[in-house]
Ligand binder design. Sequence first.
Ligand code: DX5
Ligand code: ZN
Length: 262
Amino acid sequence: MLVSPSILSADWSRLDHAVHLAEEGADWLHCDVMDGHFVPNLTFGAPMVEALHRMTRLPLDVHLMIDDPLRFAPAFAKAGAHVLTLHVEAPGVAGPGWPAPVRSSGEGAAAADGGTAMPTPGAHAIDLALLRTTLARTRELGVKAGLALRPDTGLDEVEPVLDAIDLLLVMTVYPGFSGQTFLPGPLETIRRASGVRKARGLSFLIEVDGGIAAGDTAPQVAAAGADVVVAGHGIYRQADPVAAMRALKALVPGPAGAGTGA
Ligand code: DX5
Ligand code: ZN
């Protein structure tokens, strides 16, 4: 299993310590970029990614939760991003977007519904040509192209472009905050992505993000076919973050086998 700790959950007053911890057991470093519009929270932009790039050789796994990722993608590529992951639901990626608002609960709060209810997405249509062009433009910047799905977005929405990505990011919380409760519904998306990848001979990696902890949810996503796990609270808010990373690292992706794309 590849392990990507989310720097959002680290103690930023000791950022160098947080990066050194990651270097003890991680494969990538996950950078959660939020614009306060696509998601109801603000985090950081390219200057933070550039600073992290100067601090570590870990590949930077940049998760763009922003309305118009292509507008900022060149700055993140220049800052040293290894993977740039865009949300298919963002208006700048696949057209006018989804009518359903993003639901996510604040730092540390559990979802009121216990994290099990899956809302039904409203009527929408993806502009697949725009999506394909957006992914191609991302790769032209010299970075790996990732595509993220909210928990209420099905794999069928993006199946036609799976040949154009290096990474599929399946969200197991609604994007916006760390420390939310894992939603089990997207496990089926991971299984299906793993199966489609094998059937079509594709090699994108499957990354899972949200509520991942070594003891319980991580084995479930590994069994479903995840190759990369992101964890914020599951690493940085643990008594022993390095032990938590090593426990995640020891998980074996199954059953359809790992991709080789990123
Ligand atoms: C949520 C972010 C996640 C989050 C992970 O919008 O994309 O990467 O920081 O935090 P945990 O692992 O605490 O859910
Ligand atoms: Zn993330």
